[in-house]
Design a protein around this ligand. Structure first.
Ligand SMILES: [Zn+2]
Length: 109
């Protein structure tokens, strides 16, 4: 008999910033952030100016695989977009701002 284990390590508990209830992931796509300019790369990736320039020169846009916008919902709100950033295996999240959307390939939802 198959023993279906939950991989607890992959489950992230998010709390709603407004009602503090549990947030649920919506099955929507993730919108990754990407950067065009060395200055953006440097600021967001926290790398040296030289490295940022190198990365910018390599690709026309640099996709940040550790930052994305994803939709969540709680009991009160049907949908809210949050910016998730993965740093040293820890997730940081906050509400996605207008300027975050500008870094994605999806301008406005
Ligand atoms: Zn809520």
């Amino acid at each position: 008999m198959a023993n279906k284990r939950t991989d607890r390590g992959t489950i992230q508990i998010y709390c709603c910033p407004f009602c503090e209830q549990r947030l649920w992931r919506l099955a929507t796509s993730k919108y990754y952030l990407f950067y065009k300019y060395a200055t953006e790369i440097r600021k967001n990736l926290d790398v040296s100016a030289k490295k940022a320039q190198f990365l910018a020169a390599q690709n026309s846009t640099y996709l940040d695989s550790k930052k994305w916008i994803e939709a969540f919902c709680c009991q009160k709100y049907e949908r809210m977009w949050r910016l998730i950033s993965l740093q040293d295996k820890e997730y940081e999240y906050r509400l996605a701002k207008e300027k975050d959307w500008l870094q994605t390939n999806k301008q406005n939802i």
